[in-house]
Structures are given as structure tokens and as C-alpha cells.
Design a protein around this ligand. Structure first.
Ligand SMILES: [Zn+2]
Length: 162
């Protein structure tokens, strides 16, 4: 399953990439470009624009109209519809910034490249081979978990008719 997200879904895109989903995103894509790329690359178009959603569907493009207000609500809708777990496994994660699969990187290679305290307190690091950004499960991780737990509970209460 691959996605392309409209310009309003930057934050959701970063979440989906962390969850291991392949999401193409740019806030520069025009509507027509989104539809053409979705079609050409077999990506599901994610959009908050009802008109764009209807145009895509009319052209036979696989699209999903994202309605949730909070990130947890949006993630719950998507996990339910596309059946993927709301669990971050860094072995499957993609770089939230550029959509490339991140790779574990030995701590000793990062001396001087991350803040000293971070280097002292954490042992596992990942790096994006494309943009070079370094990731670790830092203090923000609790917030990430809380949002995912909320999303999981919401997902259970959602019912769709297909
Ligand atoms: Zn990257």
C-alpha cells in the first residue's frame, strides 16, 4: 500500500511514515498533479478536500477522504480502512522528512554528531541514508505513544460500511 497526501496533510504524513507507510508528499503539488501521480504510481490519494476526493473517485483513482480533526482520529480512520497496525517499529519506519527507510546506525559513529546528553542516555540510533537525519527514542516518545494509544482506542469504536 502506497499513498500520496495532499498539502493539508503534512503532519499526518510524518506519522504515517514513522508507522512504516510509504507516503509521497509535497505542499507544492497541484490537484491535477496529485491525481496524475496517484494514478501513475498506484498510490492511494489521501485528501481533506472533498471536491478533490470526488474528482479522483470519478476518474477511477483510489482515494480516501480524511475527516478526523485530531491526528489520533485521522490515524484511527486510516488504520481501520487500510488495515495496518498503529505501532511504530523503527525497523520498518521511514524518515518522516523524506520517506526513505531509516537504518540502525552504530552509536560510536555518532560521537559529536548528537548532543552530549543524548549520546550518553541513549544507545540505539537510526539514520536516514538520504537526508542524514538521526533518530532515537527520546523524551518525545511518550507523547508519540499516548497519541497512538488514543488512536487505537478510537479505531476500535469506528465502524465503516463498505
Ligand atoms: Zn530523510
Amino acid at each position: 500500500m502506497k499513498f500520496i497526501a495532499d498539502g493539508m496533510l503534512g503532519k499526518l504524513t510524518r506519522w504515517l511514515r514513522m508507522l512504516g507507510q510509504d507516503v509521497k508528499y509535497s505542499n507544492q503539488f497541484e490537484d491535477e498533479e496529485l491525481i496524475i501521480t496517484a494514478n501513475k504510481e498506484h498510490r492511494v490519494l489521501l485528501t481533506r478536500d472533498l471536491e478533490l476526493y470526488q474528482r479522483a473517485i470519478a476518474k477511477g483513482i483510489d482515494a480516501f477522504y480524511v475527516e478526523g480533526r485530531t491526528e489520533a482520529e485521522k490515524l484511527a480512520e486510516l488504520a481501520k480502512r487500510f488495515d495496518f497496525p498503529l505501532v511504530i517499529d523503527l525497523k520498518r519506519s521511514r524518515c518522516p522528512r523524506c520517506n526513505t527507510k531509516i537504518r540502525p546506525t552504530p552509536k560510536e559513529k555518532l560521537a559529536g554528531k548528537v548532543e552530549k546528553n543524548t549520546f550518553i542516555y541513549y544507545d540505539e540510533f537510526w539514520k536516514c541514508p538520504k537526508c542524514g537525519h538521526i533518530y532515537w527514542q527520546g523524551a518525545h516518545w511518550e507523547g508519540i505513544h499516548a497519541t497512538l494509544e488514543k488512536a487505537k482506542n478510537l479505531e476500535k469504536s469506528l465502524q465503516f460500511n463498505f
